[in-house]
Design a protein around this ligand. Structure first.
Ligand code: NDP
Length: 234
């Protein structure tokens, strides 16, 4: 059955791969983008997840074009790395505002229509770093770990309404976000990843599409790792 899907930050990277995976299986897919044009073949809405009015307007536009959002993929995310001692409050709260509060704004906006429709899937894109930790990423790790508590609380609040909330925790994925890493750094990471390589965005997208499917109806409050084994034991 075709569903209406909204992927935040779906104009590039992992988000775009997720959007394309849902579109390939026949779903009605919308993506948010902040600037530029929407990706070809996908319905795009402008949205900055740090701004509640912008989130509300984006959902309104998707509802008008494609119907109520049944599958929300909260994927928009940023990094702003530096060591704890050097991290400003703006650097900390800025990353939290996009990665955690932004996801919450979208989940809250989506929830009423999901409850009314008695069906919903919320999928939060976290990171292996949420549980593993990473020097220089205190803000990022805190934001991504926060998604776990949020998804599990939503599972408890809305589970009885046929709504699931899950977290996908990718390891290192080849996108713009990791493109800036020095080659030596990448080689060091590869050594500790059992799979011995970074992931392609499509490998994350397949898992997200599955979580949105009827086959995953009894999976909720889960952290699904897609990390080549890096975080085993979380
Ligand atoms: P990219 O940097 O390639 O893309 C990030 C996306 O988020 C862009 O579409 C960007 O929009 C959007 N975005 C950022 N801030 C906002 C905002 N305030 N409002 C709306 N959209 C925003 O990242 P990836 O594709 O690599 O990452 C996607 C998600 O996966 C992120 O949450 C990231 O933390 C997570 N992740 C990534 C990993 C990796 O190795 N790449 C590993 C683990 C998790 P715009 O184009 O307008 O800037």
């Amino acid at each position: 059955m075709a569903r209406t899907v909204l992927v935040t930050g779906g104009n590039r990277g992992i988000g775009l791969a997720i959007a394309r995976a849902f579109a390939a299986q026949g779903d009605r897919v919308a993506v948010t983008h902040r600037s530029g044009a929407a990706p070809e073949g996908l319905f795009g809405v402008r949205c900055d997840v740090t701004d509640n009015d912008s989130v509300d307007a984006a959902f309104g536009a998707v509802e008008a074009e494609l119907g109520p959002v049944e599958i929300l993929v909260a994927n928009a995310g940023v990094t702003d790395d530096t060591l704890l001692m050097r991290m400003s409050e703006e650097q900390f709260s800025g990353v939290l505002d996009t990665n955690l509060t932004g996801a919450w704004r979208c989940a809250r906006r989506a929830s009423a229509k999901m409850v009314r429709g008695r069906w919903g899937r919320m999928i939060f894109i976290s990171s292996v770093i949420a549980m593993y930790g990473q020097a220089g990423q205190v803000n990022y790790a805190a934001s991504k770990a926060g998604l776990v508590g949020m998804a599990r609380s939503i599972s408890r609040e809305l589970g009885g309404r046929n709504i699931t909330a899950n977290v996908v925790a990718p390891g290192f994925v080849e996108t713009d976000m990791t493109a800036g890493l020095a080659e030596e750094r990448k080689a060091e990471y590869r050594k500790v990843i059992p799979a011995g390589r970074f992931a392609a965005a499509d490998e994350v997208a397949g898992v997200v599409a599955w979580l949105g499917s009827d086959a995953a109806a009894y999976v909720t409050g889960a952290i699904v790792p897609v990390d080549g084994g890096l975080g085993m034991g979380h």
